[in-house]
Design a protein around this ligand. Structure first.
Ligand SMILES: [Zn+2]
Length: 349
């Protein structure tokens, strides 16, 4: 079955996808803001302007690898970095200190509570409150982990939502796509983690569905920001990934393209390499790349957000590794970034 399908897909997909050179697909690296504490982070420009979108009630930001105290992933003479995940290679105290720095950069207070997840590529979304948050200064979880109170690992889920001011919801990534959503009318925020599996599992669609159920959120009141992740320039995938998307989305084909080798000799003299190529299996032939940012933008549109309410931060974690951590770009040895959103307490609301 797999062989039959693999060969058929290899032959037919040559005619089915858009084609591009890798360079054409690279998005411009976004320009970070630099906080007084040295943390370099990305704001959504349309949200930073408090006028039209009326987002002065929001806290939000996407971290980069710049700033912070970690030495685990940097070259010898580089300054410390902002690893925000409790990875095996980094020191737990350092990560906690980095999380405090990010909270300070975004909210002005290093002790702002932060809720993160044990992410599992699901479509599971949980409702949280400040009581569920560990202070970013503390070691782990205080309480309020349903069904798993003794665990310091937190909830297994890929989405968070709250209507409570004064805490940050955080999604950890190092290639996967972070998606932040806010309901301007009901003052609700949510954050989702979308790798290719979570995208196929419709984490963003089910997350917005949960917002509707829980808070009565209406799609026309929602704004969303899709953060940096691995871009279509770099995210080569196997035919099985296409098959998974194809089984779920009528528009699946539009999310993929064939990317040509940027080696100028191969581009100029393709006939030299032609005989080495087995359809769909050649390391030198075009490879199939998926655009996860577009896939998640489609999900936001599918649940009724207006196109103009969806902001793309841009950037590719894999080819802009001076700015971002990339799991694939660093062969698995990478820190984690955090994308956070929260409701600012006090009179600005
Ligand atoms: Zn790239």
């Amino acid at each position: 079955m797999r062989n039959l399908r693999g060969n058929a897909a290899g032959v037919t997909r040559r005619m089915r996808f858009e084609r591009a050179a890798q360079q054409e697909l690279v998005s411009v690296a976004p320009v970070p803001s630099i906080a007084p504490n040295g943390v370099e982070w990305l704001a959504v420009p349309a949200w930073a302007k408090s006028g039209r979108e009326k987002t002065s009630w929001l806290w939000h930001g996407f971290s980069t690898r710049r700033g912070g105290l970690s030495r685990a992933y940097c070259v010898d003479d580089a300054p410390g970095e902002l690893n925000l995940g409790f990875t095996a290679a980094d020191d737990r105290e350092t990560v906690i200190a980095n999380r405090r720095l990010l909270a300070e950069a975004i909210t002005g207070d290093a002790a702002t509570p932060l809720v993160t997840l044990r992410q599992i590529h699901s479509n599971r979304v949980i409702l949280v409150s400040a009581a569920d948050a560990s202070s970013s200064s503390s070691q782990g979880w205080k309480a309020g982990v349903p069904g798993d109170r003794s665990s310091s690992q937190g909830w297994k889920a890929d989405g968070l939502m709250t209507d409570e001011p004064g805490l940050l919801l955080g999604i950890q990534t190092a290639d996967c796509i972070p998606v932040l959503v806010a309901d301007r009318k009901r003052r609700v925020v949510a954050a989702f983690h979308a790798g290719w599996r979570g995208t196929v599992n419709r984490i963003v669609e089910s997350g917005v569905g949960r917002m509707r159920l829980q808070f009565g959120s209406q799609p026309e009141d929602l704004i969303a920001a899709i953060g940096p992740g691995i871009g279509p320039c770099c995210y080569a995938v196997g035919d099985e990934v296409f098959s998974s998307f194809e089984s779920q989305f009528a528009y699946a084909r539009e999310l993929f393209c064939e990317v040509y080798d940027s080696d100028p000799i191969r581009t100029k003299y393709p006939m030299l390499f032609l005989t080495q190529r087995a359809p769909g299996h050649s390391p030198i032939g075009p490879s199939l790349h998926v655009n996860l940012v577009e896939a998640n933008r489609r999900q936001l549109l599918a649940v009724g957000l207006k196109a103009e309410s969806i902001q793309l931060v841009g950037g590719c974690t894999s080819c802009q590794r001076e700015l971002f951590f990339s799991h694939r770009g660093s062969q698995g040895h990478a820190g984690r970034m955090l994308s956070v959103i929260g409701i600012r307490p006090g009179r600005l609301r």
